[in-house]
Ligand binder design. Structure first.
Ligand code: ZN
Length: 326
């Protein structure tokens, strides 16, 4: 079993300097994360364009030689199911609570044609973003209360609805790569385990406690926010299993700490919180641990100097099994 240590940042923040920085920090997985939000489809399209540029091919190859796997982690639904289809296929889109179909978020997961289209598009995206890896992270739209309320979907939780979409996407991706796996992102209102839908083989848990307080340990019972985020972890691990399980944390997420607005603020890594969290995650049996690390690109370094990536990597290793049993 491989125990990954990873960091995610925006594709446009990747430059030559990261090759040495990641190697020195013993980080072996880089997740390229196109900006989410309302323009997620455009930023993913831009990532696809960038992916093919010779300088980016060269950068990925250089990272590969240092043992760093490159993957993409993106809110992909608006790209996979373009909103422009609404005019011809309104029934593919979600129904809001008033009974109106809307081309705002996600889809109607009870519509088999929509799921088949989604599978074909996910296959296409996997082909476009070939990285030599077999793990995929095509997330649904970013936000809260984005599920379908049609009569057939109504009884399904956000997690169950997401899992139906994930199963369909993986079916498509496996036409391209038979050994592919795909993340179920436990995040915001999908942070509770699904109940009615079973995961297809190859679906793994990615746990991202977005609503946590980053300045208190996740398992600190005095933090109500964190207790609410941590409550479902046991059930999630039980439901999806520990194989391939991954934490996606915010310890290094300078876009979060900067309020998602440039210029970036100075990132102070809360080492004590992170150390305790890493230990707890390892004890629970998570295989891989990653964190967002956006807003640490060239503009950050011009303002604040070297970001604490090496320290981040050290703390990840302190909590790792390979460190405990050399
Ligand atoms: Zn529906």
């Amino acid at each position: 079993m491989r125990e990954r240590r990873g960091i995610l940042f925006h594709p446009e923040e990747l430059d030559e300097s990261w090759i040495e920085r990641l190697e020195e920090a013993h980080i072996d997985t880089l997740g390229l994360h196109p900006v989410g939000g309302a323009a997620a489809d455009r930023s993913l399209e831009e990532a696809v364009r960038r992916h093919l540029l010779p300088e980016n091919v060269r950068l990925r190859e250089a990272l590969g030689r240092r043992g760093v796997a490159v993957e993409y982690e993106a809110h992909a639904m608006a790209w996979l199911l373009p909103r422009s289809l609404f005019d011809v296929k309104p029934e593919w889109f979600r129904m809001d609570e008033t009974g109106a179909r809307r081309a705002d978020f996600n889809l109607c997961v009870s519509n088999q044609d929509a799921l088949e289209y989604l599978a074909a598009r996910a296959e296409q995206l996997a082909r476009l973003l070939e990285t030599g890896q077999e793990r995929y992270f095509f997330w649904l739209d970013d936000g809260r209360d984005l599920r379908c309320h049609c009569p057939r979907c109504r009884e399904l939780s956000a997690g169950d609805q997401q899992l139906l979409a994930v199963n369909a996407m993986l079916r498509g991706i496996r036409r391209y790569k038979s050994g592919a796996s795909l993340a179920y992102l436990a995040y915001v209102d999908t942070i509770t385990a699904p109940e009615k839908i079973a995961p297809a083989r190859g679906v793994f848990l990615e746990y991202a406690p977005f609503d946590r307080d980053s300045h208190a340990p996740l398992f600190d019972p005095k933090s109500e926010k964190n207790a609410a985020q941590a409550r479902s972890i046991g059930a999630l691990l039980e439901f999806f299993g520990r194989e391939g399980s991954q934490v996606l944390e915010y310890w290094m997420d300078n876009s979060r700490f900067s309020g998602w607005k440039k210029p970036p603020k100075e990132l102070i890594l809360d080492e004590d919180v992170m150390r305790g969290d890493v230990r707890a995650y390892r004890e629970m049996g998570f295989e891989n641990i990653t964190s967002f690390g956006c807003y640490l690109g060239a503009d950050y370094r011009a303002l604040w100097g070297e970001p604490p990536v090496r320290r981040y990597g050290e703390i990840l290793r302190e909590g790792g099994r390979e460190h405990a049993h050399p």
